[in-house]
Write a protein that binds this ligand. Structure first.
Ligand code: ATP
Length: 367
């Protein structure tokens, strides 16, 4: 059973660099836990403190029910994979993976069998006798992951292991890592700045910003109910629309969101109205994800924002419409079924092709 607890952990580097500030986290046994945030937010520093490669300057780090601040990396029984997947250049793939088992001692035949099994699981079974210099980046990274997993650590730490690979390979390896980690049940802490990687792999995600923990939850929790505007924006692709408004509770209508030139009413029976009422008369930031908006024809009734579509982008499964909604400094983006379909945002225009300027009146209906 491997549980990791950070109890008010902080890290100040020389020069008064506050890399991590008072972080409280509990990572459960067998969890695939992702630390997510932009460059410099402190993700790697947290991972290195868990590994014992960096000392916390405040707070307590608990591993398996005991305070681990003073334990050496070896005593923590953790395995770590870095971005560049460093391997011993003069050892073969098999030799690299054998190394941790040789250090630990034990039966060599059994060790060889384990190496062969894991290389097969990682899709590099045929490369077991090759030297790292003869492998592609993806194959090297697979071997590095294998070397880290081979000795069955109690905790597996990964620092952006896929960031040097191209998009296709990243998706492929992402699935394999998730499958392997889940099949072994090893508690894993995975660092990334890529929200898609975080959302697709994690049991739970912690979002960090400037060394501060902004939110923790399952991918769905933090996507649907982000704790802060930063989290909402960081997890949205295409970007979420963040619109300034004033909220007014109006008795027989609901909460009216006043965007200045336009208003939208959130009826009383909408689950979001109680939160809005508490801001009655005050400023609010309204987050509208593009996929919660549907382009409709100009003048259509319902909860709509009127705007002129500036650009339509084709994204394969959907079109993304960028519209000028008359709200200062805001572009509304809306996903729709495309200009050929009824009710698409291109109503009122003719002849313009996809992706070209396509000015025209239209509306964005919210859900
Ligand atoms: P990236 O995604 O770019 O790797 P990160 O979120 O992992 O970023 P960290 O590497 O943890 O961020 O760095 C957090 C902050 O601490 C940064 O401002 C960084 O410059 C600083 N920092 C990291 N290591 C040291 C060090 N050894 N000495 C001084 N400052 C450091």
């Amino acid at each position: 059973m491997t549980e990791v607890v950070l109890n008010g952990v902080g890290k100040v580097f020389p020069g008064d660099v506050h890399a991590v500030r008072d972080v409280h986290l509990r990572i459960g046994d067998g969890e695939l836990f992702v630390l997510l945030g932009p460059s410099g937010c402190g993700k790697s520093t947290i991972l290195r403190m868990i590994a014992g490669l960096e000392e916390a300057t405040s707070g307590e780090l608990w591993l398996n029910g005991g305070v681990a601040n003073d334990l050496s990396p070896r005593e923590r029984n953790v395995a770590m994979v870095f971005q560049d997947g460093a391997l011993y250049p003069h050892r073969t793939v098999g030799g690299n993976m054998m190394f941790p088992l040789e250090v630990a001692g034990g039966d060599r035949a059994e060790a060889r069998e384990r190496v062969a099994e894991l290389t097969r699981a990682l899709g590099i079974g045929s490369m077991i006798d090759r030297l790292p210099g003869t492998l592609s980046g993806g194959q090297r990274q697979r071997a590095a992951i294998g070397r880290a997993l081979i000795r069955q650590p109690s905790l597996f730490l990964m620092d952006e292991p896929l960031s040097s690979l191209d998009a296709g390979l990243r998706t492929e390896l992402r699935l394999e890592i998730t499958g392997l980690v889940r099949s072994t049940g090893t508690t894993t802490v995975y660092v990334t700045h890529d929200q898609v990687e975080a959302m697709t792999m994690a049991d739970r995600i912690a979002v960090l910003r400037d060394g501060v923990l902004e939110d923790v939850g399952t991918p769905e929790q933090i996507y649907r109910d982000p704790a802060t505007v930063f989290v909402a924006a960081f997890l949205s692709s295409p970007p979420i629309n963040l619109l300034q408004a004033t909220a007014w509770a109006v008795q027989d209508r609901g909460v009216v969101l006043d965007f200045g030139p336009q208003q939208v009413t959130v009826p009383w029976n909408d689950a979001r109205s109680p939160a809005l009422i508490s801001h009655h008369g005050g400023p609010v930031i309204v987050g509208l994800r593009p996929d919660a908006l549907t382009p409709v024809a100009a003048g259509e009734a319902g909860r709509t924002l009127a705007g002129r579509v500036r650009v339509l982008e084709f994204h394969g499964h959907d079109w993304l419409a960028y519209a000028e909604a008359g709200i200062p400094t805001v572009d509304a983006a809306a996903v729709g079924p495309g200009p050929a379909s009824p009710g698409a945002a291109s109503s009122g225009t003719a002849g313009a092709g996809p992706g070209r300027e396509r000015p025209g009146p239209g509306g964005l209906a919210g859900r």
